[in-house]
Design a protein around this ligand. Structure first.
Ligand code: ADP
Ligand code: ADP
Length: 236
């Protein structure tokens, strides 16, 4: 069964004549890693934002169609609940930082969820371990490298124990070292087998072996290609 189910999705930003996404159909299976491609402005980021409800909540009636993630209709589910199902790692990790210590950044998203102190501690230490930042727990985030900041941002997402992880060009602003760190982590996330992963990334060669489905969006934000990478690369 599909973990992400998108049916006839059209998204129009206020004041824009042309929709960012138009009559989009897409289904992703649980555990699958999908690569999302398309020219700049084709709606990749917009699509990612519909997964955790940020689009319908911010622009109201300008979305039509259905987006269901982990069986939940995103329009009938709060952003707080969706954040526990879908984690999105963006280009700029600082946009989601409150700018304290590494531990604070991770605890921040957990704070309103009423976990016991033991459960908080378990989630913080486990996510730090997953991203390899246990040693930097009490460091201030502003002192970290770009790659380390992205790892903190990812740890904060992982602490919410989502089923879906979206990587929206998280290496776009990183140097080669930072890029390697993020790609390695992506591999590690894949290896845990816990996540359905959506990857928005131009540098294909380095990650192609992880990808089980390729989805290409066209200029009008519609799906123009959707299939297994080998099949897609053979026929296009
Ligand atoms: P991509 O991620 O593929 O580059 P985006 O989802 O960022 O595409 O953008 C899709 C289209 O929607 C583009 O035409 C972009 O200019 C427009 N768009 C994106 N975000 C906004 C916004 N907040 N307000 C108005 N238009 C937007
Ligand atoms: P990407 O690298 O994913 O294509 P963009 O540069 O398209 O990102 O967008 C970066 C940010 O600017 C996003 O938050 C997007 O919603 C916003 N944005 C993009 N296009 C527009 C636009 N035409 N008007 C207003 N905001 C926009």
């Amino acid at each position: 069964t599909a973990l992400i189910e998108i049916e006839d999705l059209t998204v129009k930003y206020p004041g824009r004549r042309v929709p960012a996404l138009e009559h989009l159909q897409l289904q992703l299976r649980a555990g699958e890693t999908a690569l999302l491609l398309g020219p700049s402005g084709s709606g990749k980021s917009t699509l990612a934002l519909t997964f955790n409800g940020l689009i319908p909540h911010s622009i109201g009636k300008l979305q039509s169609g259905h987006v269901r993630v982990t069986g939940l209709d995103t329009r009938q589910t709060t952003v707080a609940t969706l954040a526990q199902r879908v984690g999105i790692l963006f280009q700029d990790p600082e946009a989601q930082f409150v700018m304290f210590t590494v531990e604070d950044e991770i605890a921040f998203g957990l704070e309103n969820l009423c976990f016991s102190p033991d459960e908080m501690e378990r989630r913080i230490s486990e996510s730090l371990r997953l991203v390899g930042l246990t040693e930097l727990r009490y460091r201030r985030v502003e002192q970290l490298s770009g790659g380390e900041k992205q790892r903190v941002a990812l740890a904060a997402l992982l602490a919410l124990e989502p089923e879906i992880l979206v990587f929206d060009e998280p290496t776009a602003n990183l140097d080669p070292q930072g890029t390697r760190e993020v790609f390695n982590l992506l591999r590690r996330c894949k290896e845990t087998g816990r996540y359905t992963i959506v990857l928005i990334e131009h540098r294909l060669d380095e990650l192609m072996d992880l990808v089980e489905r390729m989805v290409v969006l066209g200029k009008r934000g519609e799906v123009i290609i959707n299939g297994e990478p080998r099949e897609v690369l053979r026929t296009h």
